[in-house]
Design a protein around this ligand. Structure first.
Ligand code: ZN
Length: 91
C-alpha cells in the first residue's frame, strides 16, 4: 500500500488510492479557494453526513463542492471511510 501518484497541482507524491486517483496532496488541499480566490475549507458534518464548506475569512457558508487550487478546478468529497476530506482535481 505504499504506491504513490503525483499531485495534479504541485507534483508532490501522494499516497495512491484506486478510488481517488487524482487526489491532491495535503498541502494543496490546505489552500483551496473559491472561483474568486477566497480561501475556503471543508469539514464533515458528522451527524447528517456530507460536506460543509465555509469561507475561512468570514465563516460564511460555501455551498459548492467545487473548489480551486492555483486555478485548477477541484472537487471535494467526504472520504468514504469517514477519515476526512478528499480533494481531487477535475479535468
Ligand atoms: Zn500538491
Amino acid at each position: 500500500m505504499d504506491e504513490t501518484h503525483d499531485c495534479p497541482i504541485c507534483r508532490a507524491k501522494v499516497p495512491h488510492s484506486e478510488r481517488y486517483p487524482k487526489q491532491v496532496c495535503s498541502e494543496c488541499s490546505g489552500r483551496i479557494c473559491d472561483a474568486d480566490g477566497r480561501e475556503i475549507s471543508f469539514m464533515t458534518w458528522s451527524f447528517a453526513g456530507g460536506l460543509v464548506g465555509t469561507y475561512c475569512e468570514t465563516g460564511a457558508r460555501y455551498t459548492e463542492s467545487f473548489c480551486y487550487v492555483d486555478g485548477t478546478k477541484c472537487r471535494a468529497e467526504e472520504d468514504r471511510f469517514g477519515r476526512g476530506i478528499i480533494v481531487e482535481a477535475v479535468e
